[in-house]
Design a protein around this ligand. Structure first.
Ligand SMILES: C[S@@+](CC[C@H](N)C(=O)[O-])C[C@H]1O[C@@H](n2cnc3c(N)ncnc32)[C@H](O)[C@@H]1O
Length: 204
């Protein structure tokens, strides 16, 4: 892998600066089916709270707010993304319904049973400890509520040169098994684009 591919791959894991902004813009276009399916699956209203793990430039949060009016929370390791997501979600901020943090999803700074839903789009590849991340998400979810973990298939990621380094790639069944070990009650998998992308739904 050449150093340019390596640099682009690292930007997806921690977007920053102008290149990070461009990478997010491209993601927003290419990943549209992932955002659409996630918003479609969420059953939330204005009285509910949702957490988006690795919110990037806040594209998903903005779509969720338009549809549900739910209180928006997010955690991302990139301070640059916090600024971008904050700008994009001005409407929720003005309504005092936007709470963005900079931090690591493997150590969530929220109380137990706090959220009515948790989402993650294309972030699980970068978590330092997948089992810990899942168990932290489970802890912060209310009983009966779900975590929607959206990802590309291993086969699809293997076809992209920039994912050679720094990406942990998973089969849906591996993510499901890790969820069982983390104590989730029910786990199901849906294809988004067959063979290319999927969502694992973990219910507490
Ligand atoms: C490929 S981008 C996806 C952004 C957004 N979810 C989207 O689909 O538009 C991955 C995001 O996850 C964030 N991220 C990576 N590791 C993280 C971690 N351990 N905890 C929280 N966020 C993380 C990155 O900073 C980046 O914004």
């Amino acid at each position: 892998m050449n150093s340019f591919s390596e640099y682009i791959g690292s930007q997806f894991g921690n977007p920053h600066g102008i290149i990070g902004m461009i990478c997010c813009f491209i993601m927003n276009r290419i990943n549209r089916p992932m955002y659409d399916r996630t918003v479609e699956l969420l059953k939330l209203g204005p009285e509910n709270r949702v957490l988006d793990i690795g919110y990037g430039n806040g594209y998903l949060l903005n779509s969720v707010y338009r549809k549900t009016g739910a209180e928006l929370h997010g955690i991302d390791i990139s301070e640059d993304m916090r600024k971008r997501a904050d700008k994009r979600n001005r409407a929720a901020r003005n309504d005092r319904k936007l709470f963005l943090k900079v931090g690591d999803c493997c150590n969530l700074c929220y109380e137990d049973e706090y959220f009515h839903a948790v989402t993650s789009i294309n972030t699980v590849y970068f978590w330092s400890d997948t089992a810990k991340g899942l168990s932290e998400i489970r802890r912060t979810l209310k009983t009966g509520c779900s975590f929607y973990n959206v990802a590309y298939s291993k086969e699809f990621l293997d076809s992209l040169r920039y994912t050679e380094k720094g990406f942990k790639k998973f089969e849906p069944e591996e993510l499901a098994e890790l969820g069982r070990q983390a104590g989730f009650n029910t786990i199901s998998v849906q294809d988004i684009v067959k063979g290319k992308s999927f969502v694992v739904i973990y219910t507490k």
